[in-house]
Design a protein around this ligand. Structure first.
Ligand code: URA
Ligand code: SF4
Length: 204
């Protein structure tokens, strides 16, 4: 296994697809490597290309607000993108660019081992959940795969373009919070059962 810093070094110097020719900075994911929750967006925008950090622009401000409303902070989660370099003019990343970059996301996921994965927007949902995923119809629904909960919500920039989506987005974030409590609860139940067993042994 590579360390996180080694992985970041590969991403910083990567030339696996043509986006390396136009980027200013590669944008490795960022956050808490012990977080049970992984957010995956699409691709860095112009601000992120300048700063080398995910979600530093207006979408990031909205994302932080949504987190704050469920009493969470960036430092508690891990946030990354399907492709790590900005597609020129903020176009959608091409399938071959996604293909070239996805090993980095796989590796981030391996290092993190999240309990919950939240796709931000259609591009991430179609890549991670199902190629025909319909974000307007299916957002906020959780499904379980390989012991991990998966869901998708709107991309923050979609909410900035159409503010009528905000209440649904807030509702989806509340569901994410509930799922997190549920997942933490499961861990507690396991610890409780171990404690009960050891108490039992002590009484012997
Ligand atoms: N939009 C994205 O999808 N990702 C970012 O990091 C910033 C904006
Ligand atoms: Fe490498 Fe991904 Fe950037 Fe393409 S988008 S150059 S694969 S880091």
């Amino acid at each position: 296994m590579y360390t996180y810093e080694e992985l970041k070094g590969f991403v910083d110097h990567c030339s696996r697809c043509e986006l390396c020719r136009t980027r200013n900075h590669s944008v490795m994911g960022k956050g808490n490597l012990h977080s049970p929750i992984l957010f995956i967006a699409e691709a860095p925008g112009r601000n992120e290309d300048r700063d080398g950090v995910p979600f530093t622009g207006r979408s990031g401000e909205l994302f932080d607000r949504l987190l704050r409303e469920i009493e969470m902070k960036r430092e508690e989660i891990y946030l990354t993108n399907i492709v790590k370099c900005n597609p020129p003019g903020n176009r959608d990343p091409h399938p071959n660019e996604q293909e070239a970059c996805i090993p980095y996301l796989k590796y981030e996921t391996l290092l993190l081992r999240p309990k919950i994965i939240v796709c931000l927007g259609r591009i991430a949902a179609q890549r991670i959940i199902r190629p025909d995923y319909r974000i307007t119809r299916e957002h906020g629904v959780f499904l379980e795969r390989k012991n991990t909960w998966l869901t998708a919500v709107y991309h923050p920039s979609a909410v900035l373009r159409d503010e009528t989506k905000l209440p649904q987005m807030q509702e989806d974030f509340r569901k994410i919070r509930e799922k997190l409590e549920e997942v933490r609860g499961e861990v507690k139940v396991n610890i409780d059962s171990i404690l009960t067993k050891s108490n039992h042994m002590v009484s012997w």
